[in-house]
Design a protein around this ligand. Structure first.
Ligand SMILES: [Cu+2]
Length: 281
């Protein structure tokens, strides 16, 4: 077979596999690609992951197709070794095409990411901790419900400054409301990962790490520590809930009265806490 027919066959197989993969992975399974669609942050992350997957599939298909095509066609047989093709050294057309296509992909992705970052359109920082002064905020950030996430070896507690500074081991947030997490730690570095909310923010002692989220529907979500933080790191899990506004009001009222005695003993609400050794230092 001539080089030209090999090239044509390879391109046809590559195109075919790419179409099949794009249909199966992006069109049919795309909806189920994590992290789901519970919040504005997960929707933004989902769109990015699907886009990146769609771009990566042709590259994957090319590698797979070439490997399979070469294994089948370019192998020695019982009749003797296979005649090798001409070396591609100095093939300017191939080199230019290779550099141009990969450069377009990389620069295109850089533009896509930069535009999304600069416009901040609906992404609100896509769930990452942005430090004490977030650049990407929701439109009504001033009215967001503040929830302080306090990490320590090896439990999570959540403080609601708008409700008398009550601190509870449970995390509930109201649906359809902008929530402003203030993530911090009392001892070592942890990471607050609310999986189905699409929120992941480092919890650092003495730091106030802000992450926004707005949940679109009610349901539960997992909270895990995502930074190795000691012996029981793997045990640092809890389940949070997104609930209706009236359920939230009732719940937080219950927490306020349940923990009223404890709340009085707590240090005043602060966006940062310093562990004892640092204070002593
Ligand atoms: Cu931890």
């Amino acid at each position: 077979m001539s080089e030209r027919s090999h090239l044509r066959n390879f391109l046809l197989l590559w195109l075919g596999l790419t179409v099949v993969l794009e249909v199966v992975v992006v069109v049919i399974l795309g909806h189920d690609i994590p992290p789901g669609s519970m919040t504005n942050d997960t929707r933004a992350q989902h769109d990015v992951i699907v886009t990146l997957t769609a771009i990566a599939l042709p590259v994957l298909a090319m590698v797979w197709t070439y490997l399979a095509y070469a294994a089948v066609n370019f192998r020695a047989s019982a009749d003797g070794p296979l005649e090798d093709g001409a070396p591609d050294r100095g093939n300017a057309r191939l080199q230019i095409a290779w550099v141009a296509v990969t450069a377009c992909m990389v620069l295109g992705l850089a533009a896509y990411g930069s535009i999304d970052l600069l416009s901040g359109a609906g992404s609100s920082g896509v769930g990452s901790g942005e430090g004490p002064n977030p650049l990407a905020k929701p439109a009504n950030a001033g009215k967001a419900l503040q929830v302080q996430v306090i990490a320590q070896q090896w439990v999570w507690t959540f403080r609601y400054p708008a409700y008398g500074g009550v601190e509870t081991p449970m995390l509930e947030i109201p649906v359809g409301t902008d929530v402003e997490f203030h993530v911090t730690s009392l001892d070592v570095v942890h990471s607050f990962w609310a999986i189905e909310l699409g929120v992941k923010a480092d919890a650092v002692p003495g730091a106030d790490n802000v992450a926004f989220v707005t949940a679109d529907r009610t349901g539960s979500f997992q909270v895990r520590c995502n930074e190795l933080c000691g012996l029981w790191h793997g045990h640092m899990n809890t389940t949070g809930h997104v609930v209706g506004a009236s359920v939230f009001k009732q719940w937080i009222g219950g927490q306020e009265s349940k923990y009223a005695g404890v709340t009085k003993q707590l240090p005043p609400y602060s966006t940062t806490y310093y562990p004892q050794p640092i204070r002593n230092g």
